[in-house]
Structures are given as structure tokens and as C-alpha cells.
Write a protein that binds this ligand. Sequence first.
Ligand SMILES: Nc1ncnc2c1ncn2[C@@H]1O[C@H](COP(=O)(O)OP(=O)(O)OP(=O)(O)O)[C@@H](O)[C@H]1O
Ligand SMILES: [Mg+2]
Length: 501
Amino acid sequence: MDKVLLIDDEVDVQYSFRRIFNSPDLELHTASSGEEALKMIPRIQPNLVLSDIRMAGLNGLETLRRIRQMDPKLPVILMTAYGTTQTAIEAMKLGAYDYLLKPFDVPRLKQLVEDALRAARDMSQVVVVQPQLEQQDYDLGVIGRSESMQEVFKLIGQLATSDATALITGESGTGKELVARAIYQNSRRAKEPFVAINCAAIPENLLESDLFGHERGAFTGATSQRIGRFEQCNRGTLFLDEIGDMSPATQTKILRVLQNGSFERVGGNTPVQVDVRIIAATNKHLEEAVARKEFREDLFYRLNVVRIPLPPLRQRRGDIPLLVDYFLRKIGSTSGGQKSISQSTLVALENFNWPGNVRELENCLRRAVVVAKSPAILPSDLPLDILHNNPSRITTSPASTALPPTEIQAPSLSNAPIRQPITASVGVPLDLTEVSRWLFRWAQSHSDFKIIPAIERELVIEALKETQGNQVQAARMLGITRATLRKRIDKFAIRKELNVT
Ligand SMILES: Nc1ncnc2c1ncn2[C@@H]1O[C@H](COP(=O)(O)OP(=O)(O)OP(=O)(O)O)[C@@H](O)[C@H]1O
Ligand SMILES: [Mg+2]
């Protein structure tokens, strides 16, 4: 049974709470002051506290502060008749679960209490990640214990003692740049420069001069000589990121440096000798680009000396708890105070497909830490699409999802991963989860859009149109009784609109 402690010096409020929360599943205790409540808490061990703010003696904020010291996990809802922005901010900063204005909107109050109690239950199952992170995980900064990551670590180790060119491949966010830096830091060149260059981000006409530098007067605007990245990084390591996006002309030049160890600055004709170790990365399928003649085959072989394929996160789900632990510590160290995570939240994270891989997981946790009201991250702190993820969600092959017949213009999902259509129980190839996701997104940006009534209304209208107003048939189509249909017709005031009797 859930125990709720109400702190309020007004007898009227205590009385109305007793009426509102008169339920066999809930035990309501009352205290008339902060001091009294602080004495009661260790004895009754409530699952939730609701406290007034303005009280004689300890006020609500001060009481909250002391409760936090006693039990950081106990959710506290503060209530006041004199709301100011400042107290609301202060309350949330002190870690209140929520902040309510009097007089209460009873359904909202009940909902909030229910949510807070659920949060308290979730929080009682906060997880301690096993196995624990060790110092060596931090030293490398590349987290993972899965077999596929062990292979990656082995390769990093092997590359440390050589100058071989490495090609890191993997989907976006799998840690290609992180691994490139780890190779560099463990190599003999660790004290020499590391220069990273994103081949996709620099306009093609500037890439060449960026990489190789230029002589004065080489082109309009070249008023002085410029030293390019290759020269800057002599004796060091050059990280060529997004190598699959390089133009054919630059590919040729890079190939020459790799073959001869020399190049000319743009507009110059003296060869410049350099000693540079190349690490390249791409999320493109280079073999296919070679087959399409978009990427030079000879350059591909030069780069592909040691290949490090990084596994997508969904293929190493076992690493998710460790990554979560790592990121929560990292985020906590810069945001003052580390949050923990409830078991059910961790399960949701482990089940998600993470099309954006580790980067997406890190961003998701950063957001969750900000929105979480309690010391532990709860499922309600996760975005809906992660929470409602269907493990069958796929990230490749543009499967043709049947679109629902709806007049609502769905927000663009072009960047969202495509999920395989599931077959609803009636055999319609309609992805109901996908439809719901659209609706939720739509509702998020249209506060007056109430999903269930809006959909119900549309369905009733459609069924009546379809059956030319035959209520018996319409009710059957909708799977409801005729009496319920009539109630809906009245509720949505559509009798006149559709001319039904
Ligand atoms: N194994 C890991 N351990 C810890 N952090 C990781 C790991 N992999 C990735 N990250 C973090 O995820 C984020 C993305 O990593 P990174 O930039 O290396 O990915 P990427 O593969 O280069 O992505 P893109 O293809 O989009 O450039 C970074 O903040 C990185 O620190
Ligand atoms: Mg990258």
C-alpha cells in the first residue's frame, strides 16, 4: 500500500485530501508543520510527500531541503496559493517532484499523485551497473566489454606500435573519431600533433588548399603563402574524417602523398616532404563506392591497410548499461550531482535500436538528466519514440509503410528510422505504433489537440459516412455498441453536421 504524507497547517486542506484520497490502496498521513513531518518521515516511511509552502515555522522549501538530506529519493510535491515564478524555480531547483497551485484541479492532483507514486516505485529499483567501470576504461575513453569491442581494442593495441594506415568504418555515432584519437594517444606519435580534417565539411575548392597549403598568388585572394594540414602535422597523425565524401581530384592528390610521402602546395612546384600517419574514417560503404567508380580503387587499398569496423550499438546491447553509467558520471561531473537510473528506464534503453548509436544514447541521457525531476532517471524522462520502441524497428531498407488515411499532415519523419509495418490483428498492413508516434509528435506541438477525442470523433464521422448514417452498421464497424455510438454522436455534436437522427 502506498503511503502519502500531507503537510499543511490548514485543517480544511487536510479534510479535502482525506476525501479526495479516500481509497483502500492509499494510506494518508497528515502533519501540520514541517517540523512535525520531519519527525514522522522516518517512522512512517512515506512513498510521497505533499507539502504546503507557506507555513509557520519551517516553510515548504526549507522542509523540502531537509527531506532531501534525509532521503534523496522521496518525491515531494509542493503546493501554494501564492505562486510566483521564483518559488516555482526554487522548488524545482531544490528537487521537488512538482509544484502545484491552489485551489487544486482535482483530476490533475490525482494524476500527479499517481505519477509520483509510480516514479517512487520505479526509483526503488535503481540499478547498480555490473560489471563496474574501471580506471582503464576511463584512460582509453572508449567504453565497451562486448566481444566486438574487444576486437577493436586489440586492433588499437596492434596499431600502437606501427605507423600503418588505418581505416575506421561504422555507422554515424559509433565512435570513429574517438577510436582514431585512441590510436593516436597510444601510438609512438602521441607527443606529436593530431590534426583532424572533415572532408565532407570543407567546400571542395578549399579542401585542396586546406590539406596542402598554397603559394602566394596561387589564386585570387591568396595574398600570402599558407601551410596546409599535411605540413602542420609533420611527424604527427592526420585524421581524414568522412573520407567517402572526397572529390576525385583530392583523392588523386592524397594517393600521391601516400605513395611518395610528398606533395606540392597549390600553385607551387617544389615537392614538400612529410612524414604523416594517416587514419581515415567513413560511414560510407567504400567497396560499393569503388564499384560505382566514385572512389579510387588504388586509394582504397592504400587506406584499407588495417580495417577497424565499429559495431552499431544495437549489435552490442550488452554494453549499454556500462555506457549509461559512464555518461551519467561524465554528465554528473559537469552538472553538479550525478543522477542514477531506474531498472525500467535501463530496460527501455537496452531495447531501443539506436540508429544514431552511442552519440544518440549520450544525447538522450543529457536530455533526460535535465528533464528528470527525481534523482533517478525514470521512463517518463525518455522521449516517446524511445520509450515505445518496438524492438523490431529497423534502420535500413526503406520498407514501404502503409500510410494511415488521415487528414492530419504528419510532421516530417524523413530522418526517423523506418519501422517494419506490423500487421494489426485484423490483418491490415498498418503500423499502429508508427501512427501513434505521428500523433504524439503532432500533439506535442499543438497543445489543444487531444488525441483520443480527436481520433474518436474522426472515426465516428467516417463510419457514419461510410454507412450512410446507418447506426447499427456504423457501430459494428467501430466495434462498439449502438448505445455507445449514440453517446459519441452527442458528445461530439455531430448529429447536425452529418444529418443523422
Ligand atoms: N565506445 C564509446 N565509449 C564512450 N563514448 C563513445 C563511444 N563511442 C562513441 N562515443 C561518444 O559518442 C559520440 C560520437 O562519437 P564519434 O564522434 O567518435 O562518432 P563517429 O563515428 O565519428 O560519428 P560520425 O560518423 O557521425 O562522425 C562522442 O561524444 C563520443 O565520445
Ligand atoms: Mg565522426
